[in-house]
Design a protein around this ligand. Structure first.
Ligand SMILES: [Zn+2]
Length: 229
């Protein structure tokens, strides 16, 4: 009964969320590819854009490195390093500049102890446990009729959902910082800003998609275990 894949909640809640999430994933790579072909008027590359955002915020202790892969760009707060993929680091495209400036936006958040980012970092350990242990705990709880175990499993799953929820303001804020510096510093001309914004909005939607999938799964989990309790 528990993991009958095609109950109503799966069909009308989880599945639409998964489809939305896949659509968002597709959009981010298609818009990145599209705007990777549009060169910046002043020839700034991804690495330059990241440096401009850091300079603008007066952040001086962050390194910028190349990393392998596609769309693997990220800021690593433990090493205090911005890692840009090769198609971003060296590319003078509006897509690359947008992505690089966004990652630098995270570095600035970290340097300024931006509050949602601090909460997010604090929740990470619980989230790591939650994503691995929640479903096994619920299954064992159901098998041996242990309500306490089921509840702990659901709580841990809830922590994962909470983490994804706190991720949203962090992501939107990083993009807002990026675009405002790219615009204000003149790194991009006014007409190029909407293209960079499109790439960053598409990227943000993948986080909304991930949250939607987890939230739908949480609701289904509560409904299924509730029937047993
Ligand atoms: Zn981000």
């Amino acid at each position: 009964m528990l993991f009958m894949p095609f109950d109503e909640l799966y069909l009308f809640l989880v599945l639409p969320a998964i489809i939305f999430s896949m659509w968002a994933q597709f959009r981010v790579s298609s818009s990145f590819n599209k705007y990777s072909k549009q060169h910046t008027s002043f020839g700034y590359k991804g690495v330059d854009a990241a440096q401009i955002v850091l300079n603008h915020a007066g952040v001086t202790n962050v390194r910028i490195e190349r990393v392998k892969g596609k769309l693997t760009d990220h800021f690593d707060p433990r090493a205090n390093v911005i890692r840009l993929s090769e198609s971003v680091y060296d590319s003078p495209s509006v897509a690359a500049v947008g992505v690089a400036a966004h990652e630098a936006g995270h570095a600035v958040q970290y340097a300024n102890a931006y509050f949602p980012m601090k909460i997010r970092s604090a929740v990470i350990p619980v989230t790591n446990i939650g994503s691995k242990m929640s479903i096994p705990l619920v299954l064992i709880g159901l098998l041996f009729d242990m309500t306490g175990l089921i509840n702990v499993g659901i709580l841990l799953f809830g922590a994962v959902v909470l983490f994804q929820l706190i991720t949203l303001p962090v992501e939107f804020n990083a993009s807002r910082r990026a675009l405002s510096v790219l615009d204000g510093s003149g790194a991009l001309v006014k007409e190029e800003i909407p293209a960079s914004r499109k790439v960053l909005t598409a990227a943000a939607l993948t986080y909304v998609g991930a949250l939607a999938v987890s939230l739908a799964q949480l609701i289904r989990l509560i409904a299924i275990t509730g029937r047993r309790r």
